[in-house]
Design a protein around this ligand. Structure first.
Ligand code: AHR
Length: 510
């Protein structure tokens, strides 16, 4: 039988061991020595559809508006998106793209025909925001345009004409028309979607049929065009398999994937007034992006081991019930700390899989779904999602540093999700950035980050709030915004970080 000193010694050992175990549960190890790749800035892309108040009443207020604008586009939105470093913008849809005839949106505005926006609220679309408006706006933003072509109700000729209209420098019927409409030089649009959700609103096609349709359309899209095939709906792995098998690699540059963080399509729940259970379910759907990216990538690897084709997640984000009292077809929802968690977790997934995920588009930029900007008359607010994307823009075009994350779980009623996720990169100036997310609704996490290299300073910013349901509003526009982070200590190439519940932290090491 051990005496009382031995017993005390043994129990101290136990304490040390359990403290070590607790620390080891939350450890992020950087591997700067591992071979890696650039995080394509296009992962931080956005999406603007003719839907609700995204374009009309959002970006575009028209050139007679009292709201300060450049050619009808709000100056405050331009400034906010420039600050975000939006690398690319997808337009005009979404489902709308497969009803859109681009020639309706060129020439004198008072001569443009109207159509009915059958997908979104059945409102009349007057086509006052068209190709020139969008492409000039992208120039103003410094963002690359990503045009989604109409395959569902358009023709091969129509899409091939659009390519010639916006891209051809010499003399041709379409470039002559462009010049008559006031634009001499082509815009040189590189990114082209060949339809949208061909399995659904884009035509309810089978993958075998769409693969052939894609081949036909791509054949007539001339010049330097990066052609993106309409991709799978979430876990429809067969869609990816059939497309990769049947489309020759030389015709295909990108394959899309759409996945929304949704609790249940029939019971999406309120955007602000949600329970912890609903939060957990939303996060489960958001975290599922990791499985989706891995499994779609594995299929792509079989047909394209050199990873020539990019996985383009051109629609992602949280989707809830529309705000009470708003048009159900306009998909307007508020944006809370839950959305900040979706953004942080998802962007970490994309960064860590940037060998294959080389483009992505959050749905949608202004006033629709997981928006980064909300407007009301003259007012504009930045959402928590905006702030996460701004904090993370340090990763754009930086070199990925692979990370190992050891984390315990966020547990809710016996179900579990990994609490802490991370990604890291080194930028051109030599600074290393680490983004850390703790999705736990209640528990803080103390994390040790083994940096794998020598640094002399650590600084950081944090986005957090008192309640998960907190949001920015037109009466309290700055309730949630990033502030300096003080809970990071650097010692012997290790950073110790205290992450509050449901928080996002981005550290800078020099
Ligand atoms: O982003 C809203 C809609 O969601 C898009 O129009 C469509 O592609 C998707 O189903």
């Amino acid at each position: 039988m051990p005496n009382k000193f031995t017993r005390r010694f043994i129990s101290m050992l136990g304490l040390v061991a359990s403290l070590e175990a607790a620390q080891a549960q939350h450890k992020v190890t950087l591997h700067p020595e591992a071979p890696t790749q650039t995080i394509n800035r296009n992962i931080y892309g956005h999406f603007a559809e003719h839907l609700g108040n995204c374009i009309y009443g959002g970006f575009y207020v028209g050139d007679t508006s009292n709201i300060p604008h450049v050619n009808g586009v709000r100056k405050d939105i331009i400034a906010a998106l420039k600050n975000l470093k939006v690398p690319n913008l997808r337009w005009p849809g979404g489902c709308f793209a497969d009803t859109y005839h681009w020639k309706d949106g060129i020439g004198p505005k008072d001569k443009r025909p109207t159509i009915v926006n059958t997908w979104w609220g059945g409102v009349t679309e007057n086509n006052s925001f068209g190709t020139h408006d969008f492409l000039n706006m992208c120039e103003e933003l410094g963002a690359e345009p990503y045009l989604a072509g109409n395959v569902g109700s358009g023709t091969v000729q129509e899409l091939s004409d659009w390519v010639q209209y916006v891209n051809f420098p010499g003399k041709s019927p379409m470039s002559d028309l462009r010049q008559q409409n006031g634009r001499q030089q082509p815009w040189k649009v590189r990114y082209w979607g060949v339809g949208n959700e061909a399995w659904g609103c884009g035509g309810n096609m089978r993958p075998e049929y769409y693969a052939d349709i894609f081949r036909k359309y791509a054949t007539f899209m001339s010049g330097n065009t990066f052609k993106i095939a309409s991709g799978a709906n979430s876990s429809d792995y067969n869609w990816t398999e059939v497309l990769m098998k049947n489309i020759p690699l030389h015709m295909l540059d990108g394959l899309a994937l759409h996945h929304y963080a949704v609790i249940n399509w029939d019971k999406k729940g309120d955007a602000v007034d949600f329970t912890e259970e609903q939060y957990f379910q939303t996060m489960r759907s958001a975290c599922f992006m990791d499985t989706l990216v891995r499994r779609h990538s594995a299929i792509m690897d079989k047909y394209d081991p050199k990873k020539k084709v990019a996985l383009v997640v051109d629609e992602w984000g949280g989707w809830y019930n529309v705000q009470a009292g708003t048009n159900p077809g306009f998909l307007f929802q508020q944006n809370t700390m839950r959305d900040a968690m979706i953004a942080g977790v998802t962007l970490n997934i994309f960064n860590n899989h940037s060998d294959r995920v080389r483009m992505a588009n959050l749905a949608q930029t202004v006033n629709v779904l997981q928006a980064v900007v909300l407007t009301k008359g003259e007012q504009l607010i930045l959402t928590p999602t905006y702030h996460v994307m701004e904090m993370y823009n340090v990763h754009q075009d930086a070199t990925l540093i692979p990370v190992d994350v050891q984390s315990d779980n966020y547990t809710y009623k016996g179900e579990q999700l990994q609490a802490v996720t991370a990604s890291a990169s080194k930028d051109k100036s030599g600074a290393t950035h680490i983004s850390l997310v703790n999705i736990d609704a209640a528990k803080a996490r103390e994390i040790t980050v083994a940096t794998g290299a020598a640094y002399h300073s650590v600084t950081g910013r944090i986005l957090s709030s008192a309640k998960l349901q907190d949001c920015n509003s037109f009466t309290q526009p700055e309730k949630i915004k990033p502030v300096a982070f003080k809970d990071a200590v650097l010692k012997n190439n290790t950073v110790t970080v205290k992450l509050p519940p449901f928080s996002v932290v981005v550290l800078e090491l020099k």
